[in-house]
Every structure is written in structure tokens, then in C-alpha cells.
Design a protein around this ligand. Sequence first.
Ligand code: URA
Length: 178
Amino acid sequence: LFVGEAPGFHEDKQGEPFVGAAGQLLTRLLNEVVGVERADVYICNILKCRPPGNRDPQDDEIEACTPWLVEQVSLIQPRVIVTLGNFATKFVLNTRQGITRMRGTAYPWHGRTVIPTYHPAAILRGGGERSRQFGELREDFELVRDTLPTIDRRPVRVTPPEPTKQPERVARDEPPTQ
Ligand code: URA
């Protein structure tokens, strides 16, 4: 399972995560380094809608979207979760440490393994393949590749933590149910 931050413009229009340039880089690393097809992994975001003007997600938006992420984790039952960037890493691992400190290591999390790495969009903004961070991003995908054969594929017995509060309304354009 890959967890990003929030849909961008194209993702919001198409209703699919990581369909733009960052998604192409993610797909390429999956194919070239991990040796898996994009169709064999599940990709999602913490926020399910694009924040206006692409600003950082706010606490109430995260709170409203958390039940969906929890449900995604319980349905997919991923053994390995890759958090893409600062935001997803801090949220999932409940840490204040930035991605530069957190990446490069696999962390146990509720019976699963979390591997934080840079957000591909940040790498593209910061010099792409010529940057040092690109090499580190590749190394993190190598860590994913090397972790996969070591995982226990039986379902995890523990459930992820419940969100503290349910949002009042479920989705913007769904009529309320009776
Ligand atoms: N960035 C994200 O965090 N998620 C996407 O789906 C696209 C870009």
C-alpha cells in the first residue's frame, strides 16, 4: 500500500491517485526497482479531495478523511505500507520527525511494516534524477523490494487504530441516506 498526501489537479478530475508526473515516477520505480506492476499495489492518499489551491491539508480535513484510510487498510490488509513524503509519514507513524530523518528504515506498525520515503513530486521539483534525493528514493524502493520476500503473508490479526471521531457528512455529492 502506498500512501500519498492529497489528489492533485488531475487526480481530482479523474478520481484516481498519482496519475500525473509524480505517478509516472512512482510507476517507473515500482517496475524497475521493486519489479512489480502498478496494478499489483494499492495507491491512496490521506485526503480524498484536493485542498483548494493545493495548500497543505488541514486538521479537520484529515479528521474527515481518516475513516476512509482506516477502511482501506482493513480491506487491503497490506503487510508493507510505503508513506510518500513528510505529510503521510508524520501522519501514519505519528511522529514529528521529518522525512529526511525517517527514510531509509523499515518501521514495525500494528503488525505491518512502514517504509517512509520522499514524495516523488518533491524529487521532481528538486532536480529529478540528478539529485542526491533521487538516489535515496531508489534506495528506499530497494528496501521495499528486499522487505517483500521476508513478510508473513497471512492476514494481520490486529486492526488499525480507530479514528477518534466520525465526520458528520460522508461525501459532498452523495445524497443523505434514509
Ligand atoms: N500527490 C499526492 O500526494 N497524491 C496524488 O495522488 C498525486 C500527487
